[in-house]
Design a protein around this ligand. Structure first.
Ligand code: SF4
Length: 277
């Protein structure tokens, strides 16, 4: 079958949207079509994504109730948990873009992320954690349904919430970038809708690789602007979904980390990334 004829449209009016969906639509519309309209999901992932999941999994373990009851946690213990997750979750669809690098290189970056975090907060992890990997539903304008998963939500006081996001990528954001960030603004909307009335709420990014943290808060006017942006994006997706011609490929450097080359109309060979061992 020709790649372009493989179309199974799902009515996007009935969808639950997510930050990833909006982000993918902006990055490459063909990728959006393949994933969200054709429903074509793959297990394939980059070693960077896999490492990030292992780091997230380790930090999730750290804040489980039974572990928070421990008087302290050694860095050796954290490394052991990371090793176990890395081994348990390893699969044969992990790829490396740079052929000069080995999976050990990325494994070590993950450890550095955890070491940076440990030096900041260890050995006693007594943050006021309300939940980790918290899935929340919320809506925009009362009609567009959304779902988001928050890495960690803290409640330092009644009515005061802190949304935490862990990043294991190379670059940290600037304050200005953080103020414009849609993902955590969405999570703020989710927390306000699920746990209101909210007296105070702030957003904290942990750029683990650099050992840098950034905290901001938004005014209600700023949150309203984000709601308008989200609504505009959703309307654009719904409108575009009425015509398949709107879903064209946008080739950028990000294609190297896209594992849909077999399905993409712009690619005629499989993604050249090497398999990780
Ligand atoms: S390979 Fe590139 S152009 Fe094709 S779907 Fe993926 S990101 Fe889009």
């Amino acid at each position: 079958m020709d790649k372009n004829t493989h179309i199974t449209f799902i009515n996007p009016d009935e969808s639950t949207f997510s930050y990833s969906q909006i982000s993918t639509f902006k990055t490459c519309k063909e990728q959006y079509k393949i994933v969200y309209l054709d429903g074509h999901r793959k297990k394939d992932e980059s070693i960077e994504a896999f490492m990030g999941k292992c780091v997230h999994g380790t930090l999730e373990w750290l804040y489980q109730k039974e572990n928070m009851r421990r008087p302290y946690i050694t860095f050796d213990k954290i490394c052991k948990i990371y090793d176990n997750i890395w081994q348990d979750k390893w699969h044969n669809k992990i790829f490396i873009v740079d052929h000069n690098l080995l999976s050990n290189h990325f494994y070590a970056i993950g450890k550095r992320c955890l070491s940076n975090y440990y030096h900041k907060y260890g050995p006693i992890f007594d943050q006021k954690v309300y939940a980790t990997e918290l899935a929340l539903n919320f809506n925009i304008e009362g009609k567009y349904q959304f779902r988001g998963v928050i890495d960690r939500l803290d409640q330092p006081e009644d009515g005061f919430w802190v949304i935490h996001d862990y990043k294991s990528g190379k670059r940290a954001m600037t304050q200005n970038m953080a103020k414009r960030d849609l993902q955590l603004a969405m999570y703020q909307i989710a927390v306000e809708q699920n746990y209101g009335p909210v007296k105070k709420i702030s957003l904290t990014w942990h750029f683990l690789r650099n050992g840098v943290e950034l905290t901001i808060s938004h005014s209600s006017d700023e949150i309203q602007k984000f709601k308008n942006i989200i609504s505009k994006n959703v309307k654009n997706i719904i409108k575009s979904s009425k015509n398949i011609e709107n879903f064209y490929p946008k080739e950028t450097v990000l294609c190297n980390w896209c594992y849909l080359w077999d399905e993409c109309s712009a690619k005629f060979i499989p993604n050249p990334s090497k398999k990780a061992y």
